[in-house]
Design a binder for this molecule. Structure first.
Ligand SMILES: Nc1nc2c(c(=O)[nH]1)N[C@H]1C(S)=C(S)[C@@H](COP(=O)(O)O)O[C@H]1N2
Ligand SMILES: [Mo]
Length: 338
């Protein structure tokens, strides 16, 4: 077992509270009675994160509130030595977000002014319970959880990021899909005035950025919608205020700044597949055995790194989440369904 997915029913208050007290930077709690008492850490790494030097954001009150009630470290990688958290500056300074340009530092430079409040999300398609929801109405019913995941970009770099998010499966259940729903399709905001990458006549992508998942992938307990990271709300360059995180797939599946979630009958065509179907597929499962036509996927550069310490590591099947997700693809030829 590489990670522990704690079902809410598995978690007793005693497992959860000490870490949330330890980690919450938003609530000052005196008298930390009970810390360490009976805290079972087997299968989980020690609670060592301290986000006190992470710059705080400017979240609306409801979001701050939800964050303060997070179930901390709900899922963590099993190997804390191999999977050290990326420093916040790397995770928020080295990004792909083509709406703000194609350079790795463009999103951090240009996304700051994106208006993320108010924000609404449309849920539509094959559902009985769709509509347009304010982000608060959309996210508030769900428990926030911290999920520390490896993020592996198709370009062969990776980072370990502590997300804060909600389970996508719960959101889908609430929407009450009809029997015709087979896939989930996601769309990013289109707003050329705010997103300079969408004004560029050299843009490769036909906006909006679109992604999709098979319904069973979307319902998998590892799949989340993130609203935060490092104990705070998402920086804009990381896809504020709402982005998908699917840790066993290449990073491009984890679509940012989502405004629409549709349950659909047909397999969606995602942006990168549309652009270069021989290079990027619908599934995009991390797979060291299926190379990109122009480079190997057998290894990855784990950030932070440097010229003197390149930190190249072996890429793992399904990004190290094979025990959890391999069964979703039983019988499929993954070199065909890349
Ligand atoms: N809307 C949108 N979502 C996107 C992208 C993008 O360009 N536009 N880039 C993807 C790629 S290629 C990666 S690797 C991840 C990077 O996420 P991060 O910058 O938060 O690490 O976002 C993904 N989501
Ligand atoms: Mo990526």
């Amino acid at each position: 077992m590489l990670i522990k997915i704690a079902k809410p029913s598995d978690l007793r208050e005693s497992d959860v509270t000490p870490e949330s007290i330890y980690l919450s930077r938003r609530r000052f709690l005196g008298g930390v009675a009970g810390v360490g008492a009976g805290l079972a850490l087997s299968g989980r790494v020690k609670a060592s994160e301290d986000y006190s030097d992470v710059p705080s954001g400017d979240a609306p009150a409801w979001l701050d509130d939800k964050i303060s009630q997070t179930r901390w470290r709900a899922v963590t990688p099993a190997d804390p030595n191999k999977d050290a958290l990326a420093p916040f500056d790397d995770a928020s300074g080295y990004n792909n977000f083509y709406e703000f340009g194609t350079g790795k530092s463009d999103p951090a430079k240009r996304a700051g002014s994106l208006q993320t409040e108010p924000w609404s999300v449309v849920v539509d398609g094959e559902v009985n319970n769709g509509g347009r929801f304010t982000l608060e109405d959309f996210a508030s019913p769900s428990q926030f959880e911290e999920r520390i995941y490896r993020l592996r970009c198709v370009e062969a770099w990776s980072m370990v990021i502590p997300w804060l998010g909600i389970s996508l499966s719960e959101v889908i259940r609430r929407a009450d899909p009809t029997s015709k729903a087979k896939y989930v399709r996601f769309e990013t905001l289109v707003d050329p005035e705010q997103m300079p990458g969408q004004r560029s006549s050299f843009a490769l992508i036909d906006w909006p950025y679109v992604e999709g998942l098979r319904l069973d992938e979307a319902m998998h307990p590892l799949t989340i919608l993130a609203l935060g990271m490092y104990g705070r709300e998402l920086p804009n360059q990381n896809g504020a205020p709402l982005r998908l995180v699917v840790p066993w797939k290449y990073g491009f599946k984890s679509i940012k700044s989502i405004v629409r979630i549709s349950l659909v009958e047909e397999q969606p065509v995602n942006s990168w597949q549309l652009l270069a179907p021989n290079e990027y597929g619908f599934y995009a499962n991390v797979n060291p055995e299926v190379d990109h036509p122009r480079w190997s996927q057998a290894t990855e550069r784990r950030l932070p790194n440097s010229l003197f310490s390149p930190n190249n590591i072996d890429t793992r099947m399904f990004n190290g989440y094979a025990d959890e997700v391999a069964e979703l693809y039983a019988g499929m030829d993954l070199s065909v369904h890349y």
